[in-house]
Write a protein that binds this ligand. Structure first.
Ligand SMILES: Cc1cc2nc3c(=O)[nH]c(=O)nc-3n(C[C@H](O)[C@H](O)[C@H](O)COP(=O)(O)O)c2cc1C
Length: 198
């Protein structure tokens, strides 16, 4: 960890620890246990505290959980059928898409909603939504959850976006309690990426 030549406040140590312990975990590595509604609401609230230029709050979230995942399953199947995969007409492939929705207890869509008359360039609104996603992921980590930001062709498909009533979809955050050990992760040393000018 960091070499401390000054004492860090407890809050800083807690935040840094949560940041470092956030982990991407495959959907198959999640327990089926539901996430309590109050926890989901706290996660969503954390998302809305993300920075956003011009107070546009360019995000909307749809939460799929419990039996509500049947609707998400249909969104995945529709998006896959409208895509370019060679097996897009296969009933078995569409069933596999539907099955994905049931493999995690909680899905939160990351929907980009720009104002009718955009005040900011789209990249800034996307950046704000990414900050919201990270806030939610960190809050989820603090509650003992793990998961993944999924952004494959189905997850960002315009067909999926339309089914959710969203102009654009930047994927979904999939969350659940870990079924086993968390994968280890590495980051390159700061020295490789930081230039100090002092
Ligand atoms: C915008 C974005 C999209 C991502 N999409 C996917 C994805 O579609 N599939 C996947 O396996 N991981 C996806 N990830 C997760 C990264 O692969 C993951 O963060 C990386 O492997 C580092 O692991 P860590 O999150 O545990 O540090 C995405 C991450 C980001 C930020």
């Amino acid at each position: 960890m960091t070499t401390l030549d000054i004492p860090f406040p407890a809050a800083a140590l807690t935040v840094l620890d949560v940041i470092r312990s956030r982990r991407t975990v495959d959907i198959g590595q999640l327990k089926p246990d539901a996430v309590p509604r109050a926890v989901v609401e706290a996660i969503l609230e954390a998302g809305t505290w993300a920075p956003n230029h011009g107070r546009t709050e360019p995000w909307r979230f749809t939460v799929f959980t419990g039996e509500g995942r049947a609707q998400l399953a249909e969104v995945f199947a529709q998006a896959y059928a409208a895509g370019s995969a060679p097996d897009r007409d296969s009933g078995a492939a569409l069933e596999a898409q539907r099955a994905r929705a049931w493999r995690a207890p909680l899905w939160i869509s990351l929907e980009l909603h720009m104002p009718d008359k955009p005040k900011m360039p789209e990249w800034e609104e996307q950046a704000a939504l990414a900050c919201a996603a990270q806030n939610m992921w960190l809050a989820a980590t603090a509650f003992g959850l793990v998961g993944k930001w999924v952004s494959g062709p189905v997850m960002v498909s315009p067909v999926a976006a339309q089914a959710l009533g969203a102009p654009k979809l930047l994927g979904l955050l999939v969350l659940g309690y870990p079924a086993g050990e968390l994968p280890s992760a590495q980051r390159a040393p700061l020295a490789q990426k930081v230039t100090w000018v002092e």
